[in-house]
Design a protein around this ligand. Structure first.
Ligand code: UD1
Length: 359
């Protein structure tokens, strides 16, 4: 029996772990367990994703909650260590680039437990982004690296990772999207919004500085004179918006949405305005125009092949690109290779091939 332990903690981990767990479930030689660090703990940031994505209840919840980066990372490390010592997994799978990912990878490395990083090799080359640090460190420590696209392989090789540890498996998050798209399409259409821009913002670089956030919100208020603006608000952003003391009555501010309902909102949007990583990929798959409020992206394939355009914090560029979309001149895109719904199966196949050498 191979004991596989998965670690998840924050919202974007859940749709990535689900297809891998599902693919391993049918393998007789595998026993799985799941640790939730509790980095995200609100029902609408966590529980609802477990039920919609059909993820089994975690075997262990570390309940770490929020805190500064150092505090949260340290808390996860000290609480996961005894769990790993007790369970002695043969391999630990970590996902994406959140604090839970790097914290678990660090502890595993010190305990000499092999780690596999799912969604390895992504780089924004912007070290002001906490996720970039998490990606670099996790990739450096991981024994097996599963990449979503060719740029991931290249970054790892130029960081000195041996080719034999790198497997290009495709995009696990798109596995979840493909599986649940029929459920999203079955969601009742909200007649209130005929043509709308769907907005999400939560990156510290956009929401933590009141001056920048105000400028973005003023632009969104201007957008709302052309089409409805639907904005499910991340808890981090909600606190910051309240502090601005502006009148947002013209925007449709919503609570964070469940996975399926949010997928339906993306699918039907005229345009998506976001600073999320995952949403850049989902819109590329769906062929929906995406204007990304970031100067760079760790997912360049969404710009090169997909519907994504980086507008940065340049609100004139946002205005211009939006006018293009409304004029019927949106950027067209294609679906990148291996974004085919089978990335989880490929990971399961590789893990079950037999003893993997970690020397
Ligand atoms: C984290 C990830 C980010 C990911 C995002 C998706 C890191 C460094 N960041 O950012 O990469 O894109 O998740 O959502 O790991 N809060 C709640 N309820 C919750 C969770 C958080 O109210 O369930 C609030 C707390 O005030 C907390 C703040 O949101 O302080 C930020 O949460 P945190 O986990 O630190 O980072 P995110 O901004 O969510």
């Amino acid at each position: 029996m191979m004991q596989v332990l998965h670690v998840v903690g924050a919202r974007p981990n859940f749709m990535k772990a689900a297809p891998v767990m599902r693919a391993l479930h049918s393998r007789e030689q595998v026993q799985q367990s799941l640790v939730h660090t509790g980095q995200h703990y609100d029902a609408n940031m966590s529980d609802v994703f477990f039920s919609q994505l059909d993820i089994p209840a975690p075997d262990v919840n570390l309940d770490v909650g929020s805190g500064s980066h150092a505090r949260q990372t340290a808390e996860i490390m000290s609480r996961i260590e005894p769990v790993l010592l007790e369970r002695k997994p043969d391999i630990v799978l970590v996902y994406g680039d959140v604090n839970s990912t790097v914290a678990a990878a660090l502890v595993c490395s010190k305990l000499l437990i092999p780690v596999a990083h799912v969604e390895a090799g992504l780089r924004s080359f912007d070290r002001t982004m906490p996720e970039e640090i998490n990606r670099m460190v996790t990739d450096r420590l991981a024994d097996l690296l599963f990449t979503p696209s060719e740029d991931g392989d290249r970054h790892l090789q130029s960081d000195g990772v041996e080719a034999k540890r790198i497997y290009r498996v495709g995009n696990v998050m798109i596995d979840s999207l493909i599986r649940l798209l029929p459920s999203a399409d079955a969601c009742p259409k909200n007649d209130l919004w005929d043509q709308y821009a769907l907005v999400t913002l939560h990156r510290p670089s956009n929401v933590d500085d009141g001056v920048i956030l105000r400028r973005i919100l003023e632009s969104l208020l201007e957008v709302s004179t052309h089409l409805d603006v639907v904005f499910p608000v991340h808890p981090r952003t909600r606190q910051r918006l309240a502090a601005l003391g502006m009148n947002f009555a013209r925007l449709h501010l919503l609570e964070p949405m469940p996975y399926i309902e949010f997928l339906a909102l993306q699918r039907r949007a005229k345009v998506v305005i976001t600073d999320s990583g995952g949403i850049q990929e989902e819109t590329t798959y769906l062929g929906v125009p995406c204007l990304t409020v970031r100067e760079n992206t760790e997912r360049p394939i969404t710009v090169e092949m997909g519907t994504n355009v980086l507008v940065g914090q340049n609100m004139d560029k946002l205005r211009l690109e939006l006018a293009g979309v409304l004029d019927g001149k949106a950027k067209l895109g294609a679906i990148p290779p291996l974004w085919d719904g089978h990335a989880g199966d490929r990971i399961a196949e590789i893990l079950c091939r037999g003893p993997i050498s970690f020397q």
